[in-house]
Structure formats: structure tokens, C-alpha cells
Design a protein around this ligand. Structure first.
Ligand code: NAP
Length: 259
């Protein structure tokens, strides 16, 4: 059994729904004190309330990951509420679809700002507090899209998700002297509210292309993040874990059909 993270102060950005909410739930159930962050206080607080009702310690906080001022206030809020910062899950991200012929430079900048600047700024703002922790951890939510695979309409998104990993590898070296580890989770197709809204046919066709024949849950990503944040993962830094039910493994559709 992994050493408990009970009592650790955890920030999860983009935690009002989707994967971030799954990560927040897993950490709260494990005894972490979670700051649930999204741009809308009512939604962040609704998630925090759900975690508290389930017996966890959580607080909602409104902040935009693209703004350094917001990130500094967020870091201060975690310190005030939970006594410091041990674990930062830089998860907030957006994935508007546009094929290259329709992609504007504004679309490009918007996705870069949220997904890449929005990974850098929370780390920068939390760093003075992570340095004081004896178990400083950063877990970045990347994706298989970009680092490993491509999908029409997501060239700009894929660039940010691959970019997060380039950023992570150097930051992991820079922060190693403080014993802070920096790793990434790479989800495949995960059953979030947004994906469920696409309907059961989309879900069925995606599941058919996955060796484990089902989509992942948001908690599946939370469990991987929890491991990377654990004491036992102290010697792992600058690494990635793919959580995709084997989606990237088949060489071709035939490889799946013959299994
Ligand atoms: P989601 O359900 O759309 O949730 C996104 C979360 O991020 C919300 O809480 C949203 O709340 C918040 N957010 C968006 N922009 C923000 C900003 N500028 N500042 C602060 N919070 C912001 O998304 P998801 O599917 O869970 O995706 C979460 C992460 O997982 C992303 O990094 C995505 O790239 C990655 N991912 C997802 C999948 C998948 O299958 N869903 C697969 C691979 C990777 P507000 O709108 O209130 O701010």
C-alpha cells in the first residue's frame, strides 16, 4: 500500500468538472486537502462541496490559469486554507477543434495561452511553497494527442500537449535540487461530461478502437496522478504515464481484429 498523502495540501486546476474533478476526488478520498480551481467560483465550490459531503477536505477557488496575478492569489489561498502547498496538479486545458485550413492565429494563441502558459504559470506561482514541502510534486495533465498520436482538428491542441512535455523535462531538472518532482499523465479517451454529451454512438465507436474495449474514467487519471504524487514515487521525475486502455498499441485496425 502506498504511503498516505493524508494532510497534504493539493491544488488541482480545472477541477470543477471532467478529469480535474476526478483527480480532485481521488486526492480528497485519500485525505488530501484540496483546492478546487476553475474560472467560475460557483462551479469550483459545487465540486468542493461534493468532496466535503463525501468526507473530504476541499475548498473552491476561482482563478484563470492564463493570468499570473490569479495564480499568485490561488497559491496564497491554498497556503491560507491548507497551510502550504505540497502537490500541484496542472490540469486545466481546452480542446476547441479546428482543421488547419480554418484555424486562425487567435484560435492558436488562445489554446497556447490556456494549455501551455496555463501549465507554466501555476507552477511558477506555487514554486516558493512547493520548495518548503518535503514532498513537492507537480503532475501535469498532457494527452496522447500530440505527444503520441494525431487527430484532425487538433493540430494546435496537440502542439500544446507535446509542448507541455518539452517544458516538463527541463523544469524537472531545474527543480530536482529542491526534491520537487515534475511528471505528466497522458490520458486517452476519458468519459467526461463533454464526451458523454457526444452521445452513446460516439462512445461505442471510440471504445471499439481500444484494446480494453471501454473508455477510461476520470478516476483512472486520478489514480495515476496520486501515484506520481506519492512518497513512493519520489525517485521518478520528468516522466510520463499513458492511461489509455492500450489505445495507442495496435499498429492497425487489423491488429485489433486479430486479437
Ligand atoms: P473539461 O471537462 O472541459 O474541464 C476543463 C476544466 O478546466 C474545467 O474545470 C474548466 O472550468 C477549467 N478551465 C478551462 N479553462 C480554464 C482557465 N483558463 N483557467 C482555469 N480553469 C480553466 O476538460 P477535460 O476533458 O476534463 O480535460 C482536462 C485536461 O485533460 C485538459 O488538460 C485536457 O487536455 C486533458 N485531456 C482530456 C482528455 C479527455 O478525454 N477528456 C484526454 C486527454 C487529455 P471553467 O470553465 O470554470 O474555468
Amino acid at each position: 500500500m502506498l504511503t498516505s498523502i493524508a494532510g497534504r495540501s493539493v491544488i488541482v486546476t480545472g477541477a470543477s468538472k471532467g478529469i480535474g474533478k476526478g483527480i480532485a476526488k481521488v486526492f480528497a478520498r485519500s485525505g488530501g486537502k484540496v483546492l478546487v480551481v476553475s474560472r467560475h467560483l460557483n462551479e469550483a465550490e459545487a465540486c468542493a462541496e461534493e468532496l466535503r459531503r463525501a468526507g473530504g477536505t476541499a475548498k473552491g477557488h476561482a482563478a484563470d490559469v492564463t493570468k499570473i496575478g490569479d495564480m499568485q492569489v490561488m497559491a496564497d489561498a491554498a497556503v491560507t486554507a491548507h497551510g502550504g502547498i505540497d502537490i500541484l496538479c496542472a490540469n486545466a486545458g481546452i480542446f476547441p477543434q479546428a482543421k488547419i485550413e480554418d484555424l486562425s492565429s487567435e484560435d492558436w494563441d488562445h489554446v497556447m495561452a490556456t494549455n501551455l502558459r496555463g501549465t507554466f504559470l501555476p507552477i511558477k506561482a506555487c514554486l516558493p511553497h512547493l520548495k518548503k514541502s518535503d514532498q513537492g510534486r507537480v503532475v501535469i495533465t498532457s494527452s496522447i494527442t500530440g505527444p503520441v498520436t494525431g487527430f484532425p482538428g487538433w493540430a494546435h491542441y496537440g502542439a500544446t500537449k507535446a509542448g507541455q512535455l518539452g517544458f516538463m523535462r527541463t523544469v524537472a531538472i531545474e527543480l530536482a535540487k529542491y526534491a520537487i518532482t515534475v511528471n505528466a499523465v497522458l490520458p486517452g479517451n476519458i468519459l467526461t461530461e463533454g464526451l458523454i454529451a457526444l452521445g452513446p454512438e460516439y462512445e461505442r465507436s471510440m471504445a471499439a478502437s481500444i484494446p480494453l474495449k471501454k473508455l477510461g474514467t476520470v478516476e483512472d487519471i486520478g489514480f495515476a496522478a496520486l501515484f506520481l504524487a506519492s512518497k513512493e514515487a519520489a525517485y521518478i521525475t520528468g516522466q510520463t504515464i499513458i492511461i489509455d486502455g492500450g489505445q495507442i498499441l495496435p499498429e492497425s485496425l487489423d491488429a485489433l481484429a486479430q486479437a
